[in-house]
Design a protein around this ligand. Sequence first.
Ligand code: GLU
Length: 268
Amino acid sequence: MSDVRVRFAPSPTGVLHLGGARTALFNYLFARHNRGKFLLRIEDTDKERSTDESTQAIISAMNWMGMHHDEDIVVQTTRIDAHRAALHKLIDNGHVYRCTCRPEERAAEREAALAAGKTFIHRCDCRDGQCRPDAPFVWRFRMPREGETVFDDLVQGYIVTANAEIEDLVIARQDGSPLYNFVVVIDDAFMGITHVIRGKDHLTNTPKQIQIYRALGLPVPQFAHLPLILGLSKRLRSAGVEHYRDQGYLPEGLINYISRLGWSHGDQ
Ligand code: GLU
């Protein structure tokens, strides 16, 4: 057995789409090839959209495809105490600040940036402690403004991002309930994940997450961002794995299809 530990981390907001199944499959194959562990984490922090039926549908689709996970499933909402503790650590060491800006106050700036084809980067005086007293607030992460965040992606190569281009992202709501880029770091570290293998749509999240790892003093895993296959994403409403099962497709056929998309190995 090796120390390789990877995970598939679906949000249980629908069925397992082929794009998700492909991400799970690459994690599964990497774990089995390296005699490591393939873990499953249910990212259910979006309480309004997450359902138990969806969790069951995802697990049943993975089982049907033969992608059995190791160890106990980690359900993100059961880890709220650990998430809150990490937030308090960041508050205590000055890595987060309260921001009372309302989104509508920035709407014009945001639209102007979009119209100019630029990414809107939130900047405000709350970072210097000049926010409205007693107003509702969110917790923002204090990104470094100088230097670069660099990582060597196993698929995409060196990714260099100027820190000045990274926003002070919101990591938690006022009540301490945490948001994706924050919990993913805490939970990947908790699960001892060595390689984060996921879709390329998460590539721009990675520099933010690396800064959060550093602020929490946690080891940064390796990253591998898989090219996306257009048409397989849940956003495009592609069919779920169960649809193909119910149509009579064999799991081997579906695995063959998704494992061989995006690359080739001669005629084999
Ligand atoms: N829940 C996220 C998603 O479904 C997981 C992202 C990740 O692997 O970090 O996109």
